[in-house]
Write a protein that binds this ligand. Sequence first.
Ligand SMILES: *Cc1c(COP(=O)(O)O)cnc(C)c1O
Length: 448
Amino acid sequence: MERDKIMLDEESIPDKWYNIHADVDLPPPIHPATHESITPEDLSVIFPKELIAQEMSKERWIPVPDEVRDIYRIWRPTPLYRARRLEQFLKTPARIFYKWEGVSPPGSHKPNTAVAQAYYNAREGVERLTTETGAGQWGSALAFACSFFDLQCTVYMVRCSYEQKPYRRILMQVWEADITPSPSERTSFGKRVREEMPDTSGSLGIAISEAIEDAAKNENTKYSLGSVLNHVVLHQTVMGLEMKKQFEMMDAYPDILCGCVGGGSNFSGGVFPFIPDKLKGRDITCIACEPTACPTLTKGAYTYDFGDTACQTPLLKMFTLGHSFVPPAIHAGGLRYHGDAPLLCKLVEEGLIEARAYHQNEVFEAATLFSRTEGFVIAPEAAHGLRAVIDEAIRCRESGEEKTICFINSGHGHFDLGAYDLYHRHMLQDYEYPEELIREALSNLPCV
Ligand SMILES: *Cc1c(COP(=O)(O)O)cnc(C)c1O
């Protein structure tokens, strides 16, 4: 009898992260004023030394500290499931698997990096971390991580989410974080935005600017980012490294890997450990899935841009919709960022990873089918990757191919029931970001 839930023991939690920067050349981040490459000193105002070293490192393997592995043990290794009931429903000859990250206490993959970041900051004497959050997934992961290391946590939460989605805010407060709706009166950038746009519902770019300003202006305070950067993607490779072991245990290997992309951390963390095999000639299709309302990889430009709205961050070469882009309020709150991880963008640019965009309704249709066959109610973000899985499985039914398909199921949807409710009442709107608005946002790109 083949197993449907592939578990590893605690000893199999990876003791090294895989750094794809050793195998992929990346255009360097550059200083917005001088246009020179960024130096570690430039970053030391907002990040601790060890994370800066990881950000720039080209070592292929970076050790996971015992203290971090010890906390990972609370929920890792995570199961790899065979979605046999979904396969039967779809009548597909394909085998469908998913890596389930919904078992972490905050309910997503995000604590894989939050715990590591809190650890390195605490070890270097930092007392407070600032960050931004959209729907609250990253804020709750960092609040959770800070609680282990006696670190204070200040979260700038995008105002519309703060008002409309109280439960993740409450969760952050349970883990003793201090939450401020953004734009706020706590920073000079926040004040300026409120004067210019009193009714703004906020954006991730604005909240990032506020969190960075707070960290830069205060002693013993650093800033923490939940996606996009090289060190974040690095920490997330625990997922893909576990997946490789789990497939090995079954004597199997994925032909198709899918996942959703907001800033690119869960997708990269799940997929990057398989890329060396692909570079050696193994035939794997990797599909990065995003919303049509925030089509960074499918409609953005591959160029240098800021990570925030106030133009304070280093310029990163990435696919971007422009740092002034304010996406519509779709329900996959975690996928509303204007850029994506430079490492992921480089692989998309080189054609090693393909990108697809999906509408909300087709995504929720997939999510609902998943709940009715597999049981779990998954995050709307994760359901973007699932949509591609279902499309591929249907293709296999038509062609008769017995492919092995796997997706990174990045989190549960227990705080997204309002969106599921709207879907069931046929009140979800599909939104395609208009080409003219994309062109307008792209016209403000920095000249490099
Ligand atoms: C934040 C989040 C995402 C998107 O962020 P990435 O950095 O692209 O992974 C996806 N899924 C869940 C459940 C999230 O919380």
